[in-house]
Design a protein around this ligand. Sequence first.
Ligand SMILES: Cc1cc2nc3c(=O)[nH]c(=O)nc-3n(C[C@H](O)[C@H](O)[C@H](O)COP(=O)(O)OP(=O)(O)OC[C@H]3O[C@@H](n4cnc5c(N)ncnc54)[C@H](O)[C@@H]3O)c2cc1C
Length: 394
Amino acid sequence: MVHALIIGGGIAGPVTAMALRRAGLDATVFEAYPRGADDAGAFLVLFANGLAALAAVDADGPVRACSFPSRTVEFLGDTGATLGTRPIAGPGDGPSPRTLPRAALHRALREEAVRRGIPVAYGKRLVGTAAGPHGTVTAFFADGTRAEGDLIVGADGIHSRTRALLDPAAPGPRHTGQLTVCGRTRDTGHRVPPGTYRMMYGRRGFFGCTTGPDGTTYWFANVPGGELSAAALASRTPGRWRRHVVEAFADDGTPAAAIAAATGDDIVGLNVYDIPSTPVWHDHHTVLVGDAAHATAPNAAQGASMAIEDGVVLARCLRDLPDAGRAFAAYERLRRERVERVVALSAAMAGRVARSAGERRERDADVERGMARDTAGSTDWLTGYRIDWDARVH
Ligand SMILES: Cc1cc2nc3c(=O)[nH]c(=O)nc-3n(C[C@H](O)[C@H](O)[C@H](O)COP(=O)(O)OP(=O)(O)OC[C@H]3O[C@@H](n4cnc5c(N)ncnc54)[C@H](O)[C@@H]3O)c2cc1C
C-alpha cells in the first residue's frame, strides 16, 4: 500500500490523511509541536464548502459537535448605525457556517484521524527530505529521527519548510499591512443575538463578533499595522493587545471598544500574511496542501475550508491516477485557479480602508449594495462549491 508522510497536524494534515485512507492509501501525520499546544483566543468559521468537503470523507460530525451555527450577518457603520442584515449563507449554500476555537478544530480532526487508525506523531519538526533508491522518500526531523514513505504531503502551514525544500526560490509569505487580534470573553454586557455575526466598520479598523450558545462572545479586530518581529509578538501581553484594540475603536459609536475592554487574558494578536501564488506546488514525490501552498488573509474566512478541500481533492487524484506525478499535476489543475481567486478576494477585502468621512459614506453605501448582490448569489462560486467524492478524476 502507498504510504504518505504528512507533514503538519493542523487542518490540512489530518483531513488529507483521512481522505487518503478512504482512497486506499496509508498515511502518518507528523506534527512539530507537542500534543495539546493551544492558541488563546483564536477561532475560525467554516463555511458550507468546507463543511461539505469534510462531509465527503465523513469527518464533519466531530466538527459539528464542537461548533455552533450562524445564520445572519449584520453590518454596522462607525457611528453604530445598522447598515443592514442578511442571511450569512446564500440561497443554494446548504449548511450554515459554523464557528469554533481553532484549537478545538485541530483537536477534533486529529482525534478523528487517530480513531480511524491513523498514527499522529508529535514533536516531529521536518528539517529535510531525500529521495531514496526505489522511488521512496525520507523525511528528516529536528529530533534526529527519520521516516520513510512513498510520498510527502506538505501540510505545514504558511511558513512551510516543505515548500522551501521543494523550491528554495519560492516566495515567502507577504505581510498584508494588517494585524489581527482575536479574543473570547464571557464578561461583556454586549451579547449578539444567537446565530448572528455583528460586523462593525470602524474608522481605524474592522471588528466582528458573535456569541455562542454558552454565552461566550468571540471577537476579532483587523487593524492596520506593520509586521511585528517574532520577539515583539512573543513579548506582547494580552493587556497590551487589549489596549491596542480599545484605542483603535475608541472613537466609534459601535460596541467594539467596550467588548475588547471587557476581555481578560484570552486574547491573541498576529501578523496577517498571505501568499498570492506559489510557483511550484509539487515534484514527483512531494506536494503542498493548505496554507503551505496558498495562504490567504483571514478577511474572507476561507483558509481552513480551502485546506480541507485541498486534502479531499488530492486524495481523489491519488486514488484515480496511476502515479503520484500525474496525480499531483491533476490536483494542481483542479485547485490552483480557485485558491488563488480566494487569496485575491481576501486581499481586496483587507485593503478596503476608508479614511475620510466621504470615503466612509461611500463604503457604507457599497456595503448596502454588496449585501443585495451577495443575497442574490454572487458568492456561489465560493461557498456553493462541492466535491463529488465518487466522480473519477481523469
Ligand atoms: C487570525 C486568523 C483567523 C482566521 N480565520 C479563519 C476563518 O474564520 N475561516 C477559515 O477558513 N480560515 C481562517 N483562517 C485561516 C486558517 O487558519 C488557515 O488557512 C488554516 O489553518 C490552514 O490550515 P493548514 O493545515 O494548511 O495550516 P495550519 O493550520 O497552520 O497547520 C500547519 C501545522 O503544521 C505544523 N508545522 C509547521 N511546520 C512544521 C514542520 N516543519 N514539521 C512538522 N509540522 C510543522 C504546525 O505546527 C501546524 O500544526 C484564519 C487565520 C488567521 C491567522
